[in-house]
Design a protein. Structure first.
Length: 226
């Protein structure tokens, strides 16, 4: 599912369900991170890192531990950019060589309403207006959850380029529905703070794609090289 939202240069590995069987075990360095974690956290951590190491293998990169850096961001092998996501019943990892993309971010969420009060804390007024219009014109998708996922993907693409926090209010996201697929389309995030510089070019927005199916909403944002 995530792979369909990304360019062919990106390698993705996904896992559905809750069973740990068939997944690669944690490496010792990863084991230390979740030594005291509850079972659910440990299971998701294990499965998504198994996806990441299988993606490394597809790229021809020796499998390495995926440790956490500042603000919990994954630390990837030199020369790679990547992103991981996990929610109830689904995990995915996406990896690409830095010669092909400057950064990327992926996120998947259950296709259900956000908890009370969350939308008000993440949505700009203009975004809230657009969500109401989408909900009226295209019922059947939880657009509030899709916006949340898009903001997560934008942040995951932003942080490796800047090393800085990006608040929910600092990117204005417009979601567009595809002409041939009412459950998929594109998104554009206008950066409301100075964007990162990539290959000498200051970015003003991030672009991405989205889909909603199989009880999930998923988003992916890519930052191309110039």
């Amino acid at each position: 599912m995530i792979g369909e939202l990304l360019p062919d240069t990106v390698v993705t590995v996904e896992a559905y369900g809750h069973d740990d069987a068939g997944h690669l075990p944690l490496l010792p360095e990863e084991e230390e991170i979740v030594a005291r974690a509850v079972a659910k956290r440990r299971r998701e951590f294990t499965v998504v890192r198994s996806c990441a190491r299988r993606a490394m293998e597809k790229l021809g990169v020796p499998a390495q531990p995926v440790l956490t850096g500042e603000r919990g961001a994954p630390r990837w092998p030199a020369g790679l950019a990547g992103s991981m996501t996990h929610c109830d019943g689904y995990c995915a990892a996406a990896l690409v060589r830095l010669t092909d993309l400057a950064s990327l971010g992926v996120d998947a969420e259950p296709d259900g309403p956000l908890p009370d009060g969350v939308l008000e804390s993440i949505a700009l007024p203009a975004e809230a207006v657009r969500l109401r219009r989408l909900d009226a014109e295209r019922p059947g998708i939880h657009w509030d959850r899709l916006l949340f996922s898009a903001k997560e993907s934008v942040y995951k693409a932003w942080f490796p380029l800047t090393g800085k926090w990006l608040d929910f209010s600092e990117a204005d996201i417009e979601i567009s529905v595809g002409p041939d697929d009412p459950r998929g389309g594109t998104l554009r995030a206008a950066l409301l703070v100075p964007g990162p510089t990539v290959d000498g070019r200051r970015l003003t927005h991030f672009d991405g794609r989205w889909t909603a199916r199989d009880g999930l909403v998923a988003t992916a944002v890519t930052v191309p090289r110039t």
